[in-house]
Ligand binder design. Structure first.
Ligand code: AMP
Length: 190
């Protein structure tokens, strides 16, 4: 299986590049943010708890996310590979992902780390906020999301460097340019 962790700050283009990867390689996609927003829409207990964290720009607790991910992963048993988008976001989540995949006879193939400058991230997220209807695409929440990213999520790069699976991608430029860089990186590992 080709299992890709697509990684980067909010607004770095993870969702956009995931769409291209799905089309090009026929992979399945798990976005934990999308799953949580669906839970909120459906009014589930998980959605209710999660929305309190999401609206403050904080991370939903690991246990909730890991349980949720395990259920979604079981539905992807026959996939050619899976793109993990917005997960893992903490070291315990990365450890849990490795264990879950190993138990299913597979592992993360590569972590693509999209680098975009802070001003550009804020600009993109504010633009997205005009059309996304997302409760967390406003300046105040964007600032906490970026802070949380730097403190809790960015250190995960070291985890994947140690695993020999980390690839840096400069996330500026057109969507096509960035996707070309991603494809080149994948050729090296396939
Ligand atoms: P995203 O759509 O990936 O930007 O996620 C939106 C929000 O959902 C985040 O700011 C978190 O509050 C929550 N969330 C999504 N994925 C995770 C995760 N892996 N761990 C914790 N919280 C998450």
């Amino acid at each position: 299986m080709l299992n890709i962790v697509i990684f980067g700050a909010p607004g770095s283009g993870k969702g956009t590049q995931s769409e291209r990867l799905i089309k090009e390689f026929g992979l399945d996609h798990i976005s934990t943010g999308d799953v949580l927003r669906k839970e909120i829409k459906e009014g589930s207990e998980l959605g209710r708890v999660a929305s309190e964290y999401i609206n403050k720009g904080q991370l939903v607790p690991d246990e909730l996310i890991v349980d949720m991910l395990a259920k979604v992963l079981d539905e992807k048993e026959n996939a050619k590979g899976v793109i993990f988008d917005g997960f893992p976001r903490t070291i315990p989540q990365a450890v849990a992902l490795k264990k879950m995949l190993n138990e299913r006879g597979t592992d993360v193939s590569v972590m693509l780390n999209l680098h975009v400058e802070e001003d550009e991230l804020i600009h993109r997220l504010l633009e997205r906020g005009k059309v996304s209807g997302r409760s967390d695409d406003n300046l105040e929440t964007i600032k906490s999301r970026l802070e949380v990213y730097h403190k809790q999520t960015a250190p995960l790069a070291d985890f994947y460097i140690q695993e020999g699976k980390h690839v840096s991608i400069v996330g500026n430029g057109t969507i096509d340019d960035i996707f070309d860089k991603i494809k080149k990186a994948l050729e090296d590992i396939k």
